[in-house]
Design a protein around this ligand. Structure first.
Ligand code: XMP
Length: 320
């Protein structure tokens, strides 16, 4: 049982000092490696690792083909400004090969997990000689996995999986006792810019968590374009998270006066403190209308845009 540190009880200064010391003593004279996605969890871990290990930490941005538009450039740019070098590793082909033909949600998550930890990181760890992987697992990831709601891509020990045995390296999880609000506090204290510590969450499986059915490069591109179009409309409402989803079912629509059996995009926008429960944000209808129009104009073949008004539970934040 992991003991939670609630955000209001968190003393960020002593938390940072303790985690930096822990990482330093565990890694010792060796090397460590970490994957930065640009989400607040992996960004905070990158900074803690950087403070603890300096050049003995190798930070990788895995281009898995499932990121939002421009994400790799944007994230590596922020870290360059913070003095942290980030290497981009292009693994798009590997991820799409693993996702080919996979439609079941848990099987999709498993394909991404295996590609990430076994293939891509297995190789990077072997090549770099690192013995430790630092990662930003938080308590909510563990809770949902253990409860059997959703297998989060980054949870192992609590499922009885020993990463050392299975992947050949140890995993350090300095944020495991925190929830998102606590992580943001540490992010601010550790010197991340607001764009990073206040960034809306984005899941490890990326846009594949937002495509129902097979996540092909083409379908990912559709949801990427819908996301790019939708985000600016919803960013001003203080929401916890907002996202676009590509449905598998097609619906009859019409375009230029003829029948168009087209695609459906669902938009979700959530108010939440820590992702355990969430309610839909009460976005003004005019904003939703404008957003729908823009999505239909930007993404060819879309004939329907819906806004989710269910709560979590029974919904979850992502659809896969
Ligand atoms: P759900 O969809 O379970 O999401 O309500 C709760 C929060 O977790 C994020 N999420 C993930 N984060 N790996 C992650 O690192 C995952 O596999 C994963 N799945 C969901 C989700 O975006 C939300 O903020």
């Amino acid at each position: 049982m992991i003991k939670e540190i609630a955000a209001q009880d968190l003393d960020t200064k002593s938390f940072i000092a303790e985690k930096v010391a822990d990482i330093r003593s565990t890694v010792g004279d060796g090397w460590a490696i970490n994957a930065l996605s640009g989400g607040v969890d992996s960004s905070v871990v990158t900074m803690l690792g950087h403070l603890a290990l300096g050049d003995k930490l190798k930070t990788i941005f895995v281009q898995n083909g499932l990121m939002r538009a421009g994400e790799a450039e944007q994230v590596t740019g922020f870290f360059r400004d913070l003095g942290v070098a980030v290497e981009v590793v292009d693994a798009r082909d590997e991820f799409f090969a693993a996702l080919k033909g996979v439609t079941d949600p848990e099987a999709k998550r498993e394909a991404i997990t295996q590609t990430f930890y076994r293939e891509v990181f297995g190789r990077l760890v072997r090549e770099s000689g690192a013995k430790h992987l630092l990662q930003g697992t938080i308590l909510t990831d563990v809770d949902e996995t253990v409860a059997g709601i959703k297998r989060q891509h980054n949870v192992f020990e609590q499922l009885g999986i020993d990463p050392q045995e299975v992947f050949g390296y140890k995993i350090l999880e300095p944020l495991i006792r925190l929830r998102k609000d606590g992580v943001r506090k540490v992010g601010e204290a550790v010197g991340l810019p607001k764009e990073l510590f206040d960034r809306i969450p984005f899941p490890g499986p990326g846009l594949a968590a937002r495509v129902i059915g097979e996540a092909t490069p083409e379908r990912i591109e559709i949801v990427r374009e819908a996301t790019r179009t939708m985000e600016p409309h919803l960013e001003g409402f203080g929401a916890f998270q907002y996202l676009a989803v590509l449905h598998e079912d097609r619906v009859t629509g019409m375009r230029d006066g003829s029948r168009d059996f087209g695609m459906q995009i669902e938009v979700r926008c959530w108010d939440s403190l820590d992702a355990r429960t969430a309610t839909p944000t009460r976005v003004p209808f005019e904003v939703l209308e404008k957003m729908a129009k823009d999505i239909i104009a930007a993404v060819p073949g879309v004939v329907s845009v819906t806004y989710n008004i269910a709560t979590k539970p029974p919904s979850t934040i992502e659809v896969v």
